[in-house]
Design a protein around this ligand. Structure first.
Ligand code: DON
Length: 602
């Protein structure tokens, strides 16, 4: 009963938020009015926090482009959304210019040069996962500030200093907490105290709990942001800020060195690009993140497999939820099996991208719509053969509920689009806050396969491709995605910007993005409807469908149970943000009702 009541309370509040988001133009969160849907001709911003959305909109209105707004949002989130926004973490950005060029930036953390394959194993070879999740050893070399500088150099328009100023103001003046902010900080207070040797700003003094409306000030972080404002990325990776990080590492036996910070590089990569022919007869071109994220490859594989199901089957089963669930679950099972074996950092492991995305491979992997008994994950393996990973007996452990990571997206009036997912990994990352510079550090090292075949905190298992090596990037699931519509033209076809989509959610990220893509392209939902729609997920192991409470209704669950599927209920999956560009050029934003996410346009 003790466990049941809070769960029911959470479920009821989630249902209220979803219902109000669909029927009311905005919801009031303390002193913030949060719109879940917005439209405009000149600019659109969707982000996980009302203050960050406001910052982005003001930059656009002040003459900045989508990339300027994105940089200002990224720094603002590091202050007003400390659970996931960061300068001590990393992320991936996808950008489409008004001229139609699509670029992607990898500013993922990487392992320190002192990291080693067995660093989280005890004498018996068992993973000591607390070390990869909490405290100094869990921290990867942060990439965010280098990433923002690279983005600004290539695509920014306003001065760098202008883009840092809103975050500096938020850190020095403070900002009012929402209910979600205050609950999250209160719930993690013990861990902050356990990890840090000094009273961090995130723990309220005298054991009191944070309340909605309380002001959070971060003067040390403000000083750090001013240094970055003056010196660019050197203000983070060199000088007193870098020294403060290295000192914190030494104090707690962490591994990041001065040289690790100085040598970090963000990398421009070619996005994964593929065409998806929706059963509505429109062809979309989908761009998403390439390795070291698995996102683009999973999306390409799943949609590539679904594309082999005849259109007549889709149309005949339009309202058949059981049929749709089976198609998604069975294709996801196959894609995640491939992920486990073949994906990792492409600079360290040769990823068979061409074979994994080959149309005939995808056709043979999932030849027909799946109806009938559930496939058993034990009978499914990575599909290209030649696999080396041995699944450990504990593989299949339960992914935990995660409220972290963050996604934001901006489209400006010129048609420039930005779609970014950024993270500290777990809530407040490693919980380690650097004394002097106020930087919260990530726990991204947990995304490596600490012991090939054993699960990480998302229950994901990985192989040698994602084993720890010095300076290697850990495999991610983050999937910022930009979609264009192919319009027939005398030259063949022209691409028109259609949607941006992305979300947090660890291993559930690609499947949440997938469901929103289907909502937007196949079901004709608005962005607000598509992101609000309840979701489900399968990742090969554990062999179960993870489902939001209101996603797979009891009647359907009974049918699935008879077919041999196991369903595990979870409160929330992801917090998706999406923008649609209508054929007439109207920008329509949809913000997820599962959090403080908000959309604003003009
Ligand atoms: O890179 C990844 O896939 C994870 N570190 C993302 C973490 C995440 O989304 C947590 N959020 N809910």
């Amino acid at each position: 009963m003790d466990e049941f009541l809070p769960k029911m309370k959470n479920l009821l509040s989630l249902l209220c938020i979803i219902i109000s988001a669909l029927f009311l133009p905005y919801v009031t969160y303390g002193q913030y009015e949060v719109s879940k849907s917005a439209s405009g001709q000149h600019g659109m911003v969707v982000s996980p926090h009302p203050l960050a959305t406001k910052v982005g909109l003001e930059i656009l209105k002040g003459g900045g482009n989508a990339y300027d707004a994105g940089i200002a949002i990224e720094f603002a989130l590091a202050v007003c959304f400390p659970v996931a926004g960061n300068i001590g973490g990393g992320g991936f950005g996808l950008y489409r210019t008004s001229a139609g060029e699509v670029l992607s930036l990898d500013y993922r953390e990487r392992a320190p040069s002192q990291a080693s394959t067995k660093m989280y194993l005890d004498a018996k070879g068992q993973v000591m996962d607390s070390l990869s999740r909490l405290g100094a050893l869990a921290v990867g070399v942060p990439g965010t500030v280098k990433g923002m500088e690279q983005l600004h150099r290539k695509l920014g328009k306003l001065p760098w200093a202008t883009l840092l100023q809103p975050a500096i103001n938020l850190a020095s003046d403070g900002f009012a907490l929402t209910v979600i902010d205050s609950d999250l900080m209160f719930n993690h207070a013990q861990k902050f105290k356990q990890v840090n040797a000094w009273p961090t700003p995130f723990v309220k003094q005298q054991g009191r709990r944070w309340r909605m409306g309380d002001t959070l000030k971060q003067p040390m972080l403000a000083k750090t942001l001013r240094t970055i404002q003056e010196n660019g990325s050197a203000g983070f990776y060199e000088g007193w800020v870098a020294a403060s990080i290295v000192t914190e590492m030494k104090r707690h036996n962490g591994l990041i060195s001065t040289e690790d910070l100085k040598s970090y590089k963000a990398i421009w990569r070619d996005p994964i690009k593929f065409d998806y022919q929706a059963p509505t007869d429109t062809t979309y071109r989908i761009y998403s993140m390439a390795p070291p994220s698995s996102g683009g490859i999973i999306l390409n594989q799943v949609l590539g497999m679904l594309n082999h199901i005849p259109k007549s089957d889709w149309l005949a089963n339009k309202d058949n939820h059981l049929w749709r669930i089976q198609q998604l679950v069975e294709t996801e099972r196959l894609a995640y099996a491939d992920r486990s074996e073949y994906l990792g950092d492409p600079d360290f492991f040769q990823i068979p991208v061409r074979q994994l995305l080959d149309k005939s491979y995808l056709k043979s992997r999932f030849a027909h719509a799946h109806v009938g008994p559930a496939i058993n994950s034990l009978k499914v393996g990575p599909g290209l053969g030649n696999h080396k990973m041995v699944r450990q007996p504990n593989a299949g452990s339960q992914p935990k509920e995660h409220d972290e990571t963050t996604h934001y997206t901006v489209v400006d009036g010129q048609g420039n689009a930005l779609c970014t997912t950024t993270t500290l990994n777990g809530a407040f990352g490693s919980k380690l806050v650097v004394e002097g510079s106020g930087i919260l550090l990530n726990n991204e090292m947990d995304d490596f396969s600490a012991n090939p075949g054993s699960p990480n905190s998302y229950g994901l298992i990985g192989g040698v491709a994602n084993a720890i090596e010095p300076r290697k990037r850990m495999l991610s699931s983050m999937s910022p995605t930009i979609i264009t519509r192919l319009v027939p033209s005398p030259k063949g076809s022209t691409e028109m910007l259609a949607f941006t989509v992305g979300t947090p959610g660890g291993s559930t990220i690609p499947t949440s993005v997938l469901q929103v893509i289907l909502g937007l392209t196949v079901d004709g939902l608005s962005p607000a409807e598509a992101v609000a729609k309840p979701r489900y997920h399968h990742q090969w192991f554990p062999d179960q469908i993870l489902s939001e409470y209101n996603s797979i209704i009891p009647e359907r669950a009974t049918e699935l149970g008879k077919l041999g599927y196991t369903i595990k209920l979870i409160e929330k999956i992801g917090r998706v943000e999406a923008i649609k560009v209508s054929e007439g050029g109207l920008l329509i934003g949809g913000a997820d009702p599962r959090g403080d996410d908000s959309a604003a346009g003009y």
